[in-house]
Design a protein around this ligand. Structure first.
Ligand SMILES: C[S@@+](CC[C@H](N)C(=O)[O-])C[C@H]1O[C@@H](n2cnc3c(N)ncnc32)[C@H](O)[C@@H]1O
Length: 292
């Protein structure tokens, strides 16, 4: 790949998906895009770049998707799901007892293991029976969303992080594969969505999982995403980030939740009309006392 083609692709990926490639990642681009070029009948990256420059929009989207990293597994890192069960859901069940509804957004949901792990946690709460619980799974990549919607996983995938009791309870074996049962699949709605764009049409959420995607973005991109997320979180809502991600030094809209590593709450909650209300979220007060 020529240096010029690499620079063109780096800029394109940064603009389209936020992916911030350093100057030495040619091998990564080649390993993902040469097979793609061959599959669509092109000779290599130079021809791919020419097509993109010529306005081949569908091909450009394929290139952007091919460069996403979709690594995920059930109950990844375990701790966020412990927090969800032990603190976040119990507190929200109290705080939302009046309206009996919850909205949870899994903001980079990949092939579904994360939103379905959330759904399995929600299902454990008998007290949520009869509530309207929406779990919205979004990702830039249509391909991963299609796999997620099907809810079919390989033996290898169900062996990564999924407790055996959950496998037995929530999955049905289909040949060598495992399909999530319809009740859990029905708890998750899927939408294609780019975190770089205005996503406020999704509404506001009580819990946002945005894990293991910000690591691919530069500081300015993270600042913009945290700003958007802060406007989409209920004043007493909770944001969960990945183990290598943090708001520290990037956004003062959020503060780390004490004793609950990886969880954040709003510093100053914004009202739906954009005003700023300074408050200690009441659901999180309950989480705080539960943690003590
Ligand atoms: C490494 S996976 C993380 C999956 C899951 N959150 C987890 O922690 O296991 C990152 C996901 O972010 C998605 N992604 C990358 N850039 C994105 C963007 N700009 N908007 C939305 N999703 C994006 C990728 O397609 C990929 O599925």
């Amino acid at each position: 790949m020529t240096p010029l083609d690499y620079e063109f692709l780096r800029k394109l990926l940064k603009e389209r998906s936020g992916l911030d490639l350093s100057s030495d990642k040619q091998y990564l681009v080649e390993s993902r895009l040469i097979p793609l070029a061959r599959r669509v009948g092109l000779g290599g990256i130079a021809e791919l770049v020419q097509k993109i420059k010529g306005g081949a929009e569908a091909l450009t989207s394929e290139v952007v998707e091919a460069m996403t990293t979709n690594e995920t597994f059930f109950f990844r890192d375990k701790i966020p799901f412990d927090h969800l069960r032990e603190a976040v859901l119990p507190a929200l069940i109290q705080a939302r007892a009046g309206r009996r509804s919850l909205r949870i957004w899994c903001a980079a949901s990949s092939t579904g293991q994360e939103p379905y792990s959330i759904a399995m946690c929600v299902k454990e709460f008998a007290s949520l029976a009869g509530w309207r619980v929406e779990i919205v799974a979004t990702d830039l990549s249509q391909a991963v969303l299609e796999k997620s919607k099907a809810g079919i996983f390989s033996q290898f995938e169900v062996q990564r992080g999924l407790p055996i009791q959950m496998l037995v309870k929530h999955f049905t074996q289909v040949g060598e594969l495992w399909q999530l049962n319809a009740d859990i699949r029905a708890m998750v709605q899927h939408r294609q969505l780019n975190l770089l764009q205005d996503v406020s049409h999704l509404g506001t959420f009580d819990v946002i999982f945005c894990r293991n995607v910000l690591i691919y973005f530069d500081q300015d991109t993270k600042v913009g995403i945290f700003d958007r997320l802060s406007r989409m979180l209920e004043s007493d809502g909770v944001l969960a980030l990945g183990a290598a991600e943090s708001v520290v030094g990037i956004s003062d809209a959020f503060k780390p939740y004490p004793e609950r590593r990886g969880l954040y709450c709003l510093n100053a909650a914004r009202t739906a009309r954009g005003g700023v209300v300074s408050m200690m979220p009441h659901a999180l007060k309950a989480v705080a006392s539960a943690a003590r």
